[in-house]
Ligand binder design. Sequence first.
Ligand SMILES: [Zn+2]
Length: 552
Amino acid sequence: MPYKALLFIAALCFPISGFTQNNTPAQPKLIVGIVVDQMRYDFLYRYQSKYVPCGFKRLLSEGFSCENTKYNFTPTYTAPGHAAIYTGTTPSVNGIIGNDWWDPEWGEHRYVTTDKRYKTVGSPTERVGQHSPTVMLSTTITDELRLSNNFKSKVVGVCLKDRASILPAGHIPNACYWFDDATGNWITSTYYPDSMGLPAWVQDFNARRLPEQYLSKPWATDSTLRYDESFAGWDKYNKGKYGNFPGNMPYNMPELRNAQGFGVLRFTPIGNTLTLDFALESIDKMGLGLDDAPDFLCLSFSSTDYCAHQFGIHGEEMEDVYLQLDRDIARMMDYLDKKFGKNNVLVFLTADHGGAETPVHMQDLRIPAGVFEESKLEANLENLLAAQLGMPGDFIHEVGNQQIWLNWEALNDLDMNPDEVAHIAIDYLRAQKGVYDAFTRDELTSFPLEFPFAAETRRGIHPRRSGDIMFQLDPAWHADDKAFKLGGTTHGSPYAYDTHVPLIWHGWKVPHGRSYAPISITDIAPTLSAMLRIAQPNGTTGQVIEPLIIGY
Ligand SMILES: [Zn+2]
């Protein structure tokens, strides 16, 4: 037999790196997927001089950073972002087209994960736990992990926000928890197993009343640090209407809590600290990472998002929330090192979208920007349609997410040509300041790919769920005139500030390095599949990030 053929057979017969004696792929004991809500790519570096050595800087100095990772669809909101990370595909396939939308199946407005078939567990408030992941049409990497090994892997989701806990953990997790503002408790839904009552460890954790303890102190800057990345005079821009934080730092948290309840912690660094406290408790009490089947903790930090919405991205509030999150990440890494050893845990960190500059601030700098009054669009279009069609009517179900859901039943009753009606709205939109362009769904599918953002917009469209008309705003414009017209900021566009996010891998078998190759957010899940040697989520459209797999 030729020498080369012998070598080939030898390669087939002997275990290669990453395989154990019995040819089973070695897997990490624990995977921690971290999603930092509204973390722009530049936040990895903007505050770096004040980051501690063992937080973000450690992830970068030991791990692998995909520096050019972007969302490959629009709209860029929390639910679609989390779903894309974990399903490896876009709203066009997984069906998560927004945080809320007009649902043609329900015939009414829906919040993404609302599911009234299930009940709240852990709070007397009925609706806060009435959730399930059923709206998500394709599997997650966490589902596939459970399916890969006869459910030996444990999966748990933890986040202040229900949707950012529920969607990552998939359809068949062991547990899923989120925060209840009314009680300050971590709660769940009867969708999840063993949830007729909260497990004892969750009850014990809730009984420690950490929110009360954390909210007993003011929120102040750290006097040992200089917040010199924050803009002077930012006070006039730090008043989004997402929360209610009168004045400036330091904030009187006991007073705010008394007036507004536990929900105020979402807007401060302690929201992230509390999330991590609970997540580490779940590792300990659920026995994650103790056997050979890899367990998966889906851990999302939301306070960065609430904070950016409320205060904008250039204030001391934003700087402080990242400096404190950095210290929390260092605390988590230290915990994982001590409990498991750093080669047994695979960590990845990314974001569910980026975030915009504050339009009124940009205008003051003489950079083109603005806020489109989407909240008035439905009434304006109804009036226009009534005038042009010659009769009043309810022609529009809903306007939201820069989409319009037309009431086809009402229009059909009038024997209207659908294209004619849609183009009355489109012509109106095209004449409005800040509107880049507007299209019907059908038009979008026929545009050449090189038309700006046609591909990204298409990937955000689900045929049974999305609106009939989509419009895109100019760069630096957003459409939330109700909450962020005069201050704070938001996200949702296909522009780089909303799509460019961090992606760092660390720990188990991850080589050290960085890449500037274009990576889509949908590449995370298939890359995890390749690392774990399990099936890709069933709707996967992303690709494996090869530099992470070389050497397996
Ligand atoms: Zn978000």
